[in-house]
Ligand binder design. Sequence first.
Ligand SMILES: CC(C)(COP(=O)(O)OP(=O)(O)OC[C@H]1O[C@@H](n2cnc3c(N)ncnc32)[C@H](O)[C@@H]1OP(=O)(O)O)[C@@H](O)C(=O)NCCC(=O)NCCS
Length: 177
Amino acid sequence: MGLPSCVLLNPRTAIRAPADRDIPGLVALVNALAAEGSGLFILPINGPDGAETLRAHLAAITRSGTEEVLVAEYGCELAGLLTATRGLHPARRCVATIGVGVRAEDRRCGIGRALMEAIEEWAEDADISRLELTVAVTNRAAIALYKSCGYESEGVLRASARVDGAALDQIMMAKLL
Ligand SMILES: CC(C)(COP(=O)(O)OP(=O)(O)OC[C@H]1O[C@@H](n2cnc3c(N)ncnc32)[C@H](O)[C@@H]1OP(=O)(O)O)[C@@H](O)C(=O)NCCC(=O)NCCS
């Protein structure tokens, strides 16, 4: 599966697949997003084996052909990531589910949009015709990003998550390529 080409946002920012040297930065980014309790439901990477587990996970992703991870490098640090997972069944291979997060201090710089545009390039190369995601009804920033990238709301998934014991409604959004 071809990786998207490196997308340059400006001389300090690039979108690309993660490399082995990114592991510490990726652990820090994942843990920052997880600690924030942001709309991205991501688990922290804990413990002394965390970096090794992540390395093995990224290697498995590279082999799988069903998943893609992109990172945004801003200056010398990782500032954002996007994951895409395509369906396993032949009937669902044309669909990928995505999740995106940008470090709090680097938001509103166009990084989220650049990641969304890069994954479309990957999807088109991979013969994927639908990108989909779920987003909490309260996540105004993410909903605005997705709408500005051409995603449409397809309905509310009632009580489809539980946060701090409270039921959370999510919107199903999708873009047909
Ligand atoms: C959602 C998120 C990824 C956006 O990333 P970002 O890098 O800040 O987004 P961009 O700078 O590329 O913004 C692109 C467009 O999205 C919209 N947007 C982004 N953040 C917004 C906000 N806080 N309020 C209103 N619109 C917003 C705007 O239309 C923006 O274009 P503009 O800056 O020209 O007005 C980021 O806020 C984030 O990581 N949030 C926490 C994790 C999360 O909720 N992920 C989504 C889970 S479903």
